[in-house]
Write a protein that binds this ligand. Sequence first.
Ligand SMILES: *Cc1c(COP(=O)(O)O)cnc(C)c1O
Length: 410
Amino acid sequence: MKFNTKLLHGATKNGYGQREILPPISQVSAFQYENMEELEKVFAHKSMGYAYTRIGNPTLSAFEQKINALEGGIGAISCSSGMSAISAALLAVCESGDEIIAGKGLYGGTIDLLHDLEKLGIHTVFADVLDEKTISELVTEKTKVVFGEVISNPSLTVLNIAEASEAAHKAGIPLFVDSTTATPYLVTPLRLGADVVIHSTSKYINGGGNSIGGIIVDGGQFVWDFQKHTALSEFLKYGKMAFLLRLRTDLWENLGGCMAPMNAYLSYIGADTLGLRMDRICKNADALAHALAKEADLTVNYLTLSTHPYHAAVKKQLGGLGGGILTFRAGSKKRAFAIINALQYAMIASNIGDLRTLVIHPASTLYLRSGREEMEAAGVYEDTIRVSVGIEDSEDLIADFLQAVKSSRE
Ligand SMILES: *Cc1c(COP(=O)(O)O)cnc(C)c1O
């Protein structure tokens, strides 16, 4: 099956209980049983069934199966947010005293989380690039996971998934990737060697900007060494399923970050059009980036520009597509604000992956609490504007940005 066919038919061949075309919204907290024996079996995992929505719910399962089929995993777990997914995934494999190797220029919330984990005794070593050389140099006995973003937001560096996973695997460590900005439309990281894929589904997967959510997909290929990954030792008997079961029946269940059924439904129907949207968004972003790059007083950062340092990686790993995020530098904060304020269609909002084009000045918002060095490592300067390109008609978008740029010169 190709991408759009798989999106619609990859996971729901037999429909649902009452032959519904879409998963019913099981907006309930609990599920009732005929007798106590049945519920006992469900709790003991001896029969399939739902008991309580924090632990499992059919609408969540439908969404999980859809994304799992797209990514090619052995199972997925939906979460209340992208941050909830990242927290649960990392805490499932790390204990106090352990180390994480992470790429620099990560999403701001993830950097903050990694700082928080220091207080639990989990230390992160940041690498400039997650390549073979750096990973092998930074690995210690304590390293339990390598974590990177497939396309970093908003610095737009591209992780070489095959190289990073090979280097991690050589040291007996799994590679977890945040693929939120790349989406399964650009790349399926599990096929290239990543072990776990995480998405903030709040962004492109939902696509309509109507619900916060996250998902963890397990590739099931990693061979856990239970002497080393002691956080998983109770799950030894499950072999390759150990990570998923550690989450499902233990850590994720106990942290309590389940997705709301209504959000799972909205994200499910949103994801149906992921292919169509990403196709359009990538075309729009490419056209807008090329139009802005012609303006001599702007510096544009977008993956498909021939001047971009990751241009070759985009061709090789992302099918030549650059995704929906572009940034450009306007020369000063004052001018960046003037351009943003003069835009007619782009909404000023702190989000990405909406149908509508969104703009923000990251230095005065998303990076307000970061130091200059951390901010610049993320490709953000005082004069940077971030654009999350939507599905509007590209002629209108380009005309709008060009008039705003022109007016800021006056
Ligand atoms: C938004 C985002 C997150 C966090 O997701 P939430 O759903 O907002 O919690 C994590 N990683 C990336 C790359 C993001 O863009």
